[in-house]
Design a protein around this ligand. Structure first.
Ligand SMILES: NC(=O)c1ccc[n+]([C@@H]2O[C@H](COP(=O)([O-])OP(=O)(O)OC[C@H]3O[C@@H](n4cnc5c(N)ncnc54)[C@H](OP(=O)(O)O)[C@@H]3O)[C@@H](O)[C@H]2O)c1
Length: 262
């Protein structure tokens, strides 16, 4: 019988939950034996229950020296909490989702043969994350399998590009949520009931995701802006107010912030 490998989550916050939820829905669920490390046993238990990780073997507390020997570690804590945990042994691979923290820093805390830095987003909960991935070591196949279990994996050539993908992935669900809320409020302003407006905007986003999968944004715009029509009036207002530039700058600030945080 092939021995089951251990996948150890360090942290049980939003990102750990989203990733665990994605993995638990995939076939990897039966491939690994899960462990979790965190400072609050109640929260760890909630994490286990919510994700139905029945084959979860052990829970490590902050006071433990966590044995990572031969394990795969998914590091999902806030960067400042990195040094709160103590480890022994050498992992086979460490996957860090910590924005702005380089592998060089991580390797000072956790010994491992291979490292990966990834930038997922909350879509992982539905196996729909967009994750930029940088690997240091010979784990391309393993990284593809693990990261793809909770969404799309795009391999990039440097750690800096993983941080850059805060713009295109990590933070962008929040920016899109702002757009969605604005469209719902716009509907309400025009007299549509809030529940109806919400349903309509959800369907718009759903349809839009299919369009975007097949067409470029500029082509989508061109296809719905007839000369002298209604959509071009709205677009003119958005361009006049610099919305496109504001989005690009907002993403830039988010990326810059990740570099300043430590
Ligand atoms: N959220 C996203 O969309 C997203 C996207 C990409 C990357 N990330 C990265 O994911 C990482 C986690 O973010 P998150 O959004 O999941 O945050 P979160 O929900 O606040 O979870 C943070 C985790 O860190 C632990 N932690 C915080 N302070 C600690 C301390 N002093 N000692 C021990 N554990 C501590 C928390 O445990 P307690 O609950 O016990 O404090 C929790 O397990 C961050 O490094 C972030 O850069 C997040």
């Amino acid at each position: 019988m092939i021995e089951q490998k251990t996948l150890l989550f360090v942290g049980y916050g939003s990102m750990a939950k989203a990733i665990a939820c994605g993995i638990a829905k995939s076939e990897l669920r039966n491939k690994y034996r899960f462990e979790i490390a965190g400072r609050d046993l109640k929260k760890a238990q909630t994490f286990i229950d919510e994700n139905n990780l029945n084959n979860l073997a052990s829970v490590h507390q902050l006071s433990d020296v966590i044995d990572i020997d031969g394990k795969i570690v998914i590091l999902c804590v806030k960067p400042y909490a990195l040094e709160k945990f103590k480890y022994k042994g050498k992992a086979t691979s460490v996957y860090s989702v910590m924005a702005g923290v380089d592998i060089e820093v991580i390797s000072k805390h956790l010994a491992s043969i291979n490292y990966a830095k990834i930038m997922p987003n909350v879509g992982a909960r539905y196996q729909k994350s967009s994750s930029a991935v940088y690997i240091k070591g010979d784990i391309r196949e393993e990284a593809k399998e693990i990261v793809s279990s909770f969404g799309c994996a795009v391999f990039v050539d440097s750690e800096a590009l993983v941080d850059a993908s805060i713009a295109t992935g990590g933070s962008s669900p929040a920016f899109l949520a702002l757009v969605a809320q604005a469209l719902i409020d716009a509907g309400v302003r025009e007299g549509i009931k809030r529940d109806d407006a919400t349903e309509l905007v959800r369907a718009t986003f759903e349809g839009f995701s299919h369009l975007l999968a097949q067409e470029l944004p500029n082509d989508i715009i061109a296809s719905i802006t007839s000369p002298g029509g209604t959509t071009i009036e709205g677009l003119y207002v958005l361009e006049d107010r610099g919305v496109r530039g504001a989005f690009i700058q907002a993403c830039h600030e988010a990326v810059q912030k990740s570099k300043k945080k430590h």
